[in-house]
Design a protein around this ligand. Structure first.
Ligand code: ADP
Ligand code: MG
Ligand code: ZN
Length: 477
């Protein structure tokens, strides 16, 4: 049996969050009525002149710095020529020979180990329109709203070797883009799209095998499934002494298999040449420095800091740093109450539970950090039991009220008053002479029974721990 290993390289297209398109003033907003965000420039009318949106360069430099890339000083745009109905000009304006960013890297963690993935290039380009196929009609529609929306294409070195690594890379890259505020990372709406290149070779071989390029995977899960399927298919072919054909394949999620789309094009097919309508864009040190100042703390750095500063387990740091807003929420809480692990537990369970149920944005959660800490303080002070606290939390979410107000209004205070507990305990002991005798005769397992009776007598409000201590004292004295 020969042993094989897979080699994976990924190309991501990230739609940039700019107000206008890359070469005209049309809105770049998603979800508008078809063909309303269009003008002669993005419709490719003869004689039009594109003008570069400088925010696209800002965003590109920002990502380049985040990925430790070298930034190109002399940025030339090229025309990539091909025919497709969604491409009105007959060419796409992109960067070819000198991408804005090159030679960077991104570190990923897979099953506890760190791995560095090389970033070959990041370049600026325009998106194409969208063909819309309606099964019930003998023709298709074209929506040009997307034509000219700015993209960054991010290309890795063939440095990944498992579908898990590919998924980890994509998740981290997406998180960085969202942290930077330059892409919304929405895979279903297509603002974060991935093509995967995969080949299989004999383990240890220095040469790359023939690759296939996979398209049409609109979730992390589908990228993994498509890669698993392809690796399996390549391996079977190689095992049978057959060759893998260099081609572009479409992932069919319903059938769980890849389907042939076209033979793989090569760059000379596109007849790239510099776009004569666009002058080269000079990026100087001042520009780069200005962008550098706008870089936020990146996810990896934030996770490391959370681990050190708050002494949290790696898993907590991962979850809390899934969004800048969530991390900020945690930090505000930790400022108010120095109990980071308790806070983290509450966020990871209760807060995230209700966010999934409709609050997709922590900013809209009525339970502000101040209110969450108010709740935690009631628990710490013994006024509220853990179980009741969850009820109170749900009510805080529903009403936007403070924990204190809800606890008072609904009479949920835990009974921690020793006098009162002692009175209840005495009543229980007097009412249960048989069990009292048994306990005193050595059957101390009955403690739970007595605590239960005190809970009953207090209608569930007694602090069970304190009640236990008091009863034991009473029975053993
Ligand atoms: P293209 O634009 O034609 O798709 P590139 O050569 O720029 O081509 O490669 C695109 C991606 O494919 C890169 O991420 C690269 O790492 C990856 N890649 C190239 N060759 C292989 C291979 N033999 N196996 C797996 N991935 C590969
Ligand atoms: Mg490609
Ligand atoms: Zn336009």
């Amino acid at each position: 049996m020969r042993e094989y290993e897979a080699v994976i390289g990924l190309e991501v297209h990230a739609q940039l969050l700019t107000r206008s398109k890359i070469f005209c003033g049309c809105s770049a907003a998603f979800g508008m009525a078809p063909n309303t965000n269009t003008c002669p420039v993005c419709m490719g009318m003869p004689g039009i002149l594109p003008v570069l949106n400088r925010v696209v360069v800002d965003h590109g430099i920002k990502l380049g710095l985040a990925l430790d890339c070298a930034i190109e000083r002399n940025n030339v745009f090229a025309r990539k020529n091909y025919f497709y109905p969604d491409l009105p000009k007959g060419y796409q304006i992109t960067q070819y020979e000198s991408p804005l960013c090159s030679g960077g890297h991104l570190d990923i963690g897979v099953s506890g180990a760190q791995k560095r993935i090389g970033i070959r290039r990041v370049h600026m380009e325009e998106d194409a329109g969208k063909n819309i196929h309606d099964e019930r009609r003998p023709y298709s529609y074209i929506d040009f709203n997307r034509a000219g929306v700015p993209l960054l294409e991010i290309v890795t070195e063939p440095d990944m070797s498992t579908p898990d690594e590919a998924a980890a890379y994509l998740k981290e890259l997406r998180l960085i883009l969202v942290y930077l505020g330059i892409c919304d990372g929405n895979m279903e709406e297509g603002s974060f799209r991935c093509d995967a290149n995969v080949s299989v070779r004999e383990k240890g071989s220095g040469r790359l095998g023939t690759r296939t390029e996979l398209k049409n995977m609109n979730s992390f899960r589908n990228v993994q499934r498509a890669l698993e399927f392809e690796i399996e298919r390549h391996t079977r072919l190689l095992d049978a002494g057959l060759k893998v054909e260099l081609q572009t394949l479409l992932w069919n999620p319903a059938r769980g298999e890849t389907q042939s789309m076209r033979s793989k094009e090569e760059s000379h097919d596109y007849r790239y040449f510099p776009d004569p309508d666009l002058i080269p864009v000079r990026v100087d040190d001042v520009w780069i420095a200005r962008v550098r100042e706008t870089l936020p703390e990146l996810p990896a750095a934030k996770r490391r800091r959370f681990a050190l500063q708050y002494d949290l387990p790696a898993h907590d740091c991962d979850v809390l740093c899934q969004s800048r807003a969530l991390a900020d929420y945690f930090e505000r809480c930790a400022e108010l109450l120095p109990a980071p692990k308790d806070i983290s537990n509450w966020i990871m369970t209760e807060v995230l539970r209700v966010l999934k149920g409709g609050h997709d944005d922590i900013g809209s959660l009525p339970v502000t950090p101040e209110r969450l800490i108010g709740l935690l303080r009631l628990m710490q002070g013994g006024t509220l039991s853990g179980l009741k606290a969850k009820e109170v939390f749900d009510e805080m979410v529903a009403t936007g009220h403070d924990a204190e107000a809800i606890v008072e209004e609904r009479g949920l205070e835990q009974l921690s008053d020793e006098e009162e507990l002692r009175r209840l305990a005495r009543e229980v002991v007097e009412a249960k002479p048989r069990e009292t005798a048994l306990y005193r005769g050595g059957k101390t397992q009955l403690l739970g029974f007595f605590v239960g009776e005190v809970m009953k007598a207090s209608r569930g409000k007694a602090n069970p721990k304190l009640a236990g201590t008091i009863i034991r004292e009473m029975l053993e004295s």
